[in-house]
Design a protein around this ligand. Structure first.
Ligand code: AHR
Length: 512
């Protein structure tokens, strides 16, 4: 057992934690949409108008704030008209990016909006820039959002939706430096302005336009894209509401087989997202000092080799307690940087990459990452306060140190602490979340709360007896959070034991 200390400074507020930092992403890829969400009305699997009931029941309690769709790479090959109207008349297409799989188009715009409403998420639609046209995207917005009288709005009504969908978040392409068209940033900047010019506010819901940002630490893209807008005349900058970077921490070992060194390596890679945020904001702030443009990370997560019994292009992976720590570390970083980042979307919702749920036939299981989403929910919309880890260093970044250093523009050394976390306050509730990143040693953690006396506190702990532990269809509850347990409070200090490789959430009561 090691002894570790952390400090929470209640009087040092960072900002409001945007609920959108706990966003999600669902792409027409592998088994995410079919059968992860959509099974069809005639399926023996219980459904709500074709949408799986077990998935809705599992996701609704999470209060997922935003769901990005239909891709990913799929978005720049998707034509929205394929996915409206009677389902038996929709064209069968090929999913070019993902295994040339058949795309029946049974899950289209109306089904997506219905799903969002069922789980309580705000829709975020990514438009097709790579193989589409500005008119196609403009028409999709009008179809979705126009409250007045027009052929497109009336077509929506004929398809069953009298009221506009009021979709606020629109992505102008995806990874246009790669699968979205292999463009240079300056060329994309021209295209962005062209597409954006025709994204009209068709209802009382103003468009929030999201531009394609860089892959990881490719600051060059960010700089050249923003600089190209600046050269066009700075007013163009205001067409961009957010810039969306992507960062996958990748893998070390496989999804379920890794050494303790590989455990730590993956967590170091996950921690590097802090450098991505700082690096991007540094570049953005130089060109946009008033911070008119928000930073989004709209794809992130672990990317392991696909399970051996699944096709590689389907990106189906298991999800262990190590992935739960990847999720927890990342959300904690988002909270600590909530003044710098507006939205984050985990890739992806179901059956693909670091998913919340895995489904098979009529069964649906919650992954360890799902439990982190649930445990961390009290942070959404709360005021982030300073969290300082005074704990030991677990790793200086190891194999990824140079990569991580480069991501910190200031060239700060990179390290992973034994305890990494965040804290927030809402009214008289203090929420502290942290990981014990050590794969083998439990930690006796002393939490110093500065600024008020905690009256009482309780904790929920997500841990496992094996660092490879995960849930399966045979053993769906192997990894799940503990029941709430009281935390020892002594004056301005809290004491709790964090098992090796665990995620902890403390809810404390502050004086009103
Ligand atoms: O999430 C899987 C893929 O990763 C997405 O389609 C693409 O945007 C990214 O490269």
């Amino acid at each position: 057992m090691s002894r570790q200390r952390i400090a929470v400074l209640l009087n040092e507020t960072i900002g409001t934690i945007s609920p959108y930092l706990h966003g999600e992403f669902a792409e027409h890829l592998g088994e995410c949409i079919y059968p992860g969400i959509w099974v069809g009305e005639d399926s023996p699997i219980p459904n709500i108008g074709g949408i799986r009931r077990d998935v809705v029941d599992a996701l609704h309690p999470l209060g997922i704030p935003v769901l990005r769709w239909p891709g990913g790479c799929f978005a720049d090959a998707y034509h929205w008209r394929d996915g409206i109207g009677p389902r038996n008349k929709r064209p069968l297409r090929v999913n070019y990016h993902w295994g040339m799989a058949p795309e029946p188009n049974h899950f289209g715009t109306h089904e997506f909006i219905t799903f969002c409403r069922l789980i309580g998420a705000e829709p975020y639609i990514v438009g097709n820039v790579g193989s589409g046209t500005p008119a196609e995207l403009r028409d999709w917005v009008e179809y979705c959002n126009f409250a007045g009288d027009s052929a497109l709005a009336n077509e929506r009504r004929a398809n069953g939706a009298d009221e506009p969908f009021r979709v606020r978040f629109w992505g102008v392409g995806n990874e246009n430096w790669g699968c979205g068209g292999n463009m240079h940033p300056e060329y994309y900047a021209e295209l962005f302005c062209r597409y954006r010019t025709f994204l009209f506010n068709y209802s009382d819901t103003p468009i929030h336009a999201i531009a394609c940002g860089a892959a990881g630490s490719d600051w060059d893209w960010t700089w050249k894209f923003l600089n190209a807008l600046k050269r066009k005349g700075w007013s163009r900058r205001h067409l961009v509401n957010s810039l969306a970077a992507h960062y996958y921490c990748g893998t070390a070992g496989t999804a379920t087989q890794y050494t303790t060194e590989q455990w730590t390596e993956l967590l170091c890679r996950a921690k590097a997202i802090e450098g991505i945020i700082i690096g991007h904001r540094t570049v953005m702030d130089e060109l946009d000092p008033e911070q008119k443009i928000n930073l989004i990370i709209d794809e992130w997560g672990a990317w392991h080799p696909a399970e051996p019994d699944k096709p590689g292009w389907g990106l189906y992976q298991q999800n262990t307690i190590r992935d739960a720590l990847v999720a927890a570390l990342t959300l904690d970083i988002f909270h600590r940087h909530c003044h710098q980042i507006f939205m984050g979307n985990l890739a992806q919702l179901i059956n693909v990459l670091q998913s919340l749920l895995l489904v098979q036939e009529d069964r649906c299981i919650k992954t360890p990452t799902y439990h982190v989403w649930h445990m961390y929910a009290p942070h959404k919309g709360a005021q982030a306060v300073r969290f300082e880890t005074l704990s030991d260093t677990l790793s200086d970044g190891g194999a990824v140190r140079d990569f991580c250093r480069q991501q910190y523009l200031q060239r700060e050394p990179f390290s992973l602490q034994v305890i990494e976390g965040s804290a927030s306050v809402r009214e008289n509730t203090l929420c502290i979340t942290f990981c014990n990143t050590h794969p083998e040693q439990p930690a006796e953690v002393e939490v110093l709360v500065m600024g008020a006396t905690v009256q009482e506190a309780e904790a929920v702990v997500l841990s496992a007896d094996d660092i490879h532990a995960h849930n399966t269809f045979e053993q769906p509850e192997r990894v799940k959070p503990s029941a709430p347990q009281p935390v020892r409070v002594e004056g301005d200090r809290l004491y709790i034991t964090a098992p090796a490789g665990s995620v902890v959430r403390i809810l404390g009561k502050l004086p009103s």
